[in-house]
Ligand binder design. Structure first.
Ligand code: SF4
Length: 686
């Protein structure tokens, strides 16, 4: 081996995970292997600090036994995990031949790209793949309902595409409200900012069903019953009005539908909210009083809370509070949401959306398994291409997904970095390179720094970057449009508007690797984003629309509304982010082999005669999972916690908490309802 390859080198990179922070990284490489990953200071927000899961997990993810390094052909039953190695030629030829047969027999809409957002790089996330499927005329997939779509639509109904307040502004706040954001697990660098604000005398309020780590430091923690946030937010709005805390000038100038909304909010008494939300009435009064009295006040609303039957209503009712109470336009005040709106993304160009035939059907991602099993589509789904996604691990109603993928009359192509629970159902597996092996550009959804990363190691084994896999497939299908000739440099340039003045004439593919570019307010050279000072709502009325004609027309949800949840199962089960995985990514690593925890309040455990540390069965009418009981008062009575994203190896039943999540839909966008999971728990031998 040449000496320069065996030498230890430290190279810059970017974390591609589904995490708002998008840390800049330094990767230690020896003998073409990633041996260590740590934070770099290129990104001033993340500033050399990264989470443990990335530093612990990445070397094994890239080089460990679960890494896919060669194309595979299934030899056993679907889901059994038996494969044999084949060449790239055989793999790609088989995919093209099968897809052509499906197109010939049923038309191109019988094919579905079944992807979500594995790596968050612009070109590995979705570029050449989308061009291929758009050209083919495959069924289109509405991916938003699985995760961020409900939150995004709810926010957009209020503020349009306006970026929210940058989270760094919280340093100047005198009150920080963290509503549904487990910052130490899934927004790590916000925790440091809150600490700075606390040092400067800020008060901290945390609203979360669980006493998460940041709640231990809070002046007030409201352990809310899952799915009831809209009730709390309406009661708080009404109480702020009673306290004289409504900013009439701001409301008159900027809020559309104020009286309609307040007519509804005024019907929600503090006592009613306390009962519905499982809270102390005095705590609700304190929340309203502090939010009314203290300025600057900033609020962070993260991903997760919207995953319920009234998730859209909750985000809207919470998201309007800073407008009602006049918290915008003050340094250190506002609403931390949708930083991703700051980036000049050009997704239509990147994904070749001009090739879409507008008559092509669109399926909700959470309905895919149902359609396959019910055979209720014309044409039926006869081929899936699963990539950047692990549907078995993350979709609601996991057992339904497994039954759907097990159908022998549906041809499945899988493409991933690792052998996952979903890849086990594929007929052909194509090994994808990890993001350490290719070029990409990175925006973010929790901060405003644009970054680029170059490969730090060669492609591992015979793996290929997603872009190259789909480029080769396009060539085999005979697609010779210029968009299929684009190399990765061109794709990076297609991903962003290079004319945006904030890019300073730097082409995206030429962004420096050791620095970031701040995407400040659009239309400026990069001025600090300040909602209602230099960025504004671009809703139809140009105001904050708490009364939404669009949501009324599409979903009958003109105003936020609470809907109770009926269930015969007594306990709520929430499954938020884990501190060992990012969604299901890293689930195949050795550190994620063990049975997963179930946190339960001592009263609930005692009522069931359950002992701490024992394996328990958690079930409802959709499935049964075995988890290890942790008895703790960090969760309130009636609410259980177990982290999401586990793989089926962790439970003796071959099911994870996803098996218990109902296939019901949220109030807007038909989104998934993870937080509406109700279960019962018993000893394994009962
Ligand atoms: S997962 Fe999040 S906190 Fe961890 S390194 Fe990646 S971006 Fe940073």
């Amino acid at each position: 081996m040449p000496p320069e390859l065996s030498r230890s080198r430290e190279l810059p990179s970017v974390c591609p995970m589904d995490c708002p922070d998008t840390c800049s990284l330094l990767v230690t490489v020896e003998n073409d292997q990633v041996v260590k990953v740590r934070g770099s200071h290129a990104n001033p927000l993340t500033n050399g600090v990264i989470c443990n899961k990335i530093s612990r997990g990445y070397p094994e993810f890239v080089h460990g036994p679960n890494r896919l390094t060669t194309p595979l052909k299934r030899t056993g039953k679907k889901g059994e995990g038996k494969f044999e190695a084949i060449s790239w030629d055989e793999a790609l030829d088989t995919v093209v031949e099968k897809f052509k047969t499906v197109i010939n027999d049923h038309g191109p809409q019988a094919i579905l790209p079944f992807n979500y957002a594995g790596p968050h790089g612009k070109i590995s996330g979705s570029s050449m793949d989308a061009r291929l499927f758009n050209k083919m005329g495959a069924t289109r997939l509405d991916r938003g309902p699985l995760c961020g779509g409900v939150r995004g639509l709810a926010y957009a109904s209020l503020y349009g595409a306006m970026p929210g307040t940058p989270l760094e502004h919280a340093r100047q706040a005198k009150l920080v409200v963290v509503w549904g954001n487990n910052v130490t697990v899934s927004n790590l660098h916000f925790a440091a900012i809150i600490k700075d604000a606390r040092k400067n005398g800020a008060k901290l309020i945390v609203i979360d069903p669980k006493r998460i780590k940041i709640a231990e430091q809070a002046d007030l923690h409201l352990a809310i019953t899952p799915g009831t946030d809209v009730v709390l937010a309406m009661a708080v709005a009404a109480e702020i009005e009673r306290l004289g805390g409504i900013d009439r000038n701001f409301v008159d100038g900027w809020v559309h539908g104020f009286e309609d909304y307040m007519d509804r909010a005024r019907t929600v008494s503090i006592d009613h909210a306390a009962e519905t939300c499982g809270l102390d009435a005095d705590d609700i009064r304190t929340l309203a009083r502090l939010y009314s009295d203290i300025s600057p006040a900033i609020m962070s609303v993260a991903n997760g809370m919207e995953r319920s039957r009234c998730g859209g209503a909750s985000i809207r009712a919470i998201g309007v509070l800073p407008a009602l109470a006049g918290k915008f336009g003050v340094p250190g005040g506002g609403l931390i949401m949708k930083a991703g709106n700051a980036f000049p993304a050009t997704g239509d160009r990147l994904q070749g959306n001009h090739m879409i035939d507008q008559g092509t059907r669109v399926l909700n991602i959470i309905d895919v398994a149902r359609h396959i099993l019910a055979d209720d589509l014309d044409p039926p789904l006869k081929a899936l291409f699963i990539y950047n996604h692990n549907p078995v691990a993350v979709h609601p109603d996991q057992n339904r997904m497994k039954r759907a993928l097990a159908r022998d009359d549906v041809f499945i192509v899988g493409c991933d970095v690792a052998m996952t629970d979903s890849m086990a159902y594929a007929d052909i597996i194509l090994p994808a390179s990890s993001h350490f092996e290719f070029n990409d550009v990175y925006g973010a959804y929790g901060q405003q720094y644009l970054q680029r990363a170059a490969p730090v190691i060669p492609t591992v084994g015979d793996s290929l970057p997603n872009t190259e896999i789909f480029r080769r497939l396009a060539a085999r299908f005979g697609y010779d449009d210029p968009v299929f000739q684009a190399d990765d440099q061109q794709l990076m340039n297609d991903a962003l508007d290079g004319e945006d003045p904030r890019l300073n004439n730097i082409r995206p593919s030429q962004l420096p690797l050791d620095r970031v570019l701040y995407m400040g307010a659009k239309g400026t050279d990069g001025d600090d984003t300040q909602p209602f000072i230099n960025v504004f709502p671009d809703t139809p009325t140009g105001k904050v629309e708490i009364l939404s004609d669009d949501l009324e027309r599409r979903y009958g949800e003109g105003l936020p509304e609470f809907k109770p949840l009926a269930s015969t199962f007594p306990l709520f089960l929430i499954s938020p982010s884990s501190d060992k995985r990012i969604n299901a990514t890293f689930g195949g690593l050795a550190m994620n082999d063990a049975i997963e925890p179930l946190e339960m309040h001592p009263d609930d455990a005692s009522a069931r005669g359950l002992d701490d540390g024992k394996t328990v069965r958690v079930w409802n009418d959709l499935g049964e999972v075995h988890l290890k009981l942790v008895i703790t008062d960090a969760v309130p009575p009636g609410t259980l916690y177990s982290p999401k994203g586990a793989w089926i190896k962790t439970s003796a039943t071959g099911q994870t908490v996803s098996a218990l999540v109902p296939g019901t839909k949220a109030d807007i966008l038909d989104g998934a309802c993870y937080n509406d999971t109700r279960v019962e728990v018993g000893a394994v031998d009962s």
